[in-house]
Design a protein around this ligand. Structure first.
Ligand code: CA
Length: 391
């Protein structure tokens, strides 16, 4: 039997307990929970086959009462001794995509980001925000089949682009490949077609959160996005972190959103606070270049889920929705390189080299932390990937 010792400053203490899907050499992927620098095999430790599966979906579908019950059982489990074969050192495991992604929708909830992108993409418009932006959480449907786990390399996409001074479009590898630092929210319990989820029912439906990197080819995006929004400029890959932090672990991170003026329509209003005090950090080739603050996001994830379903669209276990790029008011809080370098006009120095957009071989890692209920911090881990040359 093993007693897990958790370092005092661990971001994975008993107030976190994130779920992931892991394997060890020669074994099948299954569900574990991270405790300090260890991963506890839940099927082995709790003797419950729902955790022997290669995704969290079946467990998530069991609903919030069950999430609360299992969290209590894990808390009790890790306070005592655990069977040796149910405990693995985190360096001995391989992490996998934690969920089977159903639908994927990406929002655009940061006023700073939407304003900056408006200035960069539509400099002729006096107001950088479109007229709908403060009335509804703007989003588009992304491609769920290309959501990948942290560690999966990203191949530079090819596509069409046409610069403002080009006579005709050209085809080739993107020359303005970018990131978007976001949080992703995962639906555990869906809602049938014809019904909707109000903002105050969010906690019954949302299982937890991950860090999300919405890779974006700005040159492809700029040419294709009018009038129906992004498509191939983003559909080639989206990376998520392997540990799903349960919503139940984010109680101390809940805050009010910024003041919403004009007052949103009633279907977007609720009594529960679902702003979240999460701090992100983006590393480019090992150097932190920006620290986006989630606390500044204008629309809450509860409002995004309410908006997604208000027309009667179904929600499903495994639905993933991205917050949109997280950008604060300061330059070193911008969550995309197109903003950080102002469209490439203001290069940043990264590990001694000037950079605007991503080069082949570059590596990006996004990490995040939040207040925990015991007074310390809890971590989301990281989402990391390297850029490979176009095929
Ligand atoms: Ca995005």
């Amino acid at each position: 039997m093993t007693a897990i010792s958790i370092p005092d400053d661990s971001l994975f203490g008993v107030d976190n307990l994130p779920y992931g899907v892991f394997s060890t050499a020669g074994t099948d992927p299954r569900i574990g929970v991270r405790v300090g620098d260890h991963v506890v095999d839940l099927a082995a430790a709790l003797g419950d086959d729902v955790f022997a599966q290669p995704t969290l979906n079946a467990f998530m579908a069991q609903g919030r009462d069950r999430w609360i019950d299992v969290r209590a059982r894990i808390t009790a489990l890790v306070a005592g001794d655990i069977a040796d074969d149910a405990v693995h050192a985190v360096e001995d495991v391989t992490m996998h995509l934690p969920i089977a992604v159903a639908d994927y929708v990406d929002f655009y909830a940061s006023e700073n980001h939407a304003s900056n992108l408006g200035r960069l993409f539509r400099p002729q418009n006096p107001d950088p925000l479109m007229p709908n932006w403060k009335h509804l959480p703007v989003g588009y449907h992304g491609r769920s089949s290309t959501v990948v786990a942290s560690g999966v390399d990203i191949v530079r996409p090819r596509g069409q682009r046409k610069g403002p001074n080009d006579e005709a479009p050209v085809f080739g590898p993107s020359v303005r490949l970018d990131i978007e630092a976001e949080m992703g929210f995962i639906v555990g319990v869906g809602s049938p077609m014809g019904s909707s989820i109000t903002p105050d029912r969010f906690a019954e439906h949302c299982f937890g959160a991950v860090i999300l990197n919405d890779w974006s080819a700005r040159d492809i995006q700029a040419w294709e996005y009018v009038p129906l929004g992004p498509n191939l400029g983003k559909s080639f890959a989206t990376s998520i972190s392997p540990w799903v932090v349960p919503l139940l672990a984010l109680e101390a991170a809940r805050i009010d959103t910024p003041v919403q003026d004009p007052t949103p329509l009633p279907y977007l209003q609720g009594d529960e606070k679902w702003g979240l005090d999460i701090d992100l950090a983006v590393e480019w080739n090992g150097e932190i270049v920006t620290r986006p603050p989630y606390a500044q996001m204008y629309w809450s994830p509860a409002q995004m889920l309410a908006h997604t379903t208000v027309n009667g669209a179904a929600a499903s276990t495994g639905d993933l929705f991205g917050s949109g790029t997280i950008s604060g008011p300061e330059k070193n809080q911008r969550g995309a390189f197109i903003e950080l370098t102002w469209g490439g006009a203001e290069p940043v120095t990264v590990a001694g080299e000037e950079r605007t957009f991503l080069q082949d071989g570059d590596e990006v890692s996004i990490s995040a932390t939040a207040p925990g209920v015991n007074g310390g911090r809890i971590g989301f881990g990281e989402v990391r990937a390297r850029i490979l040359p176009a095929d």
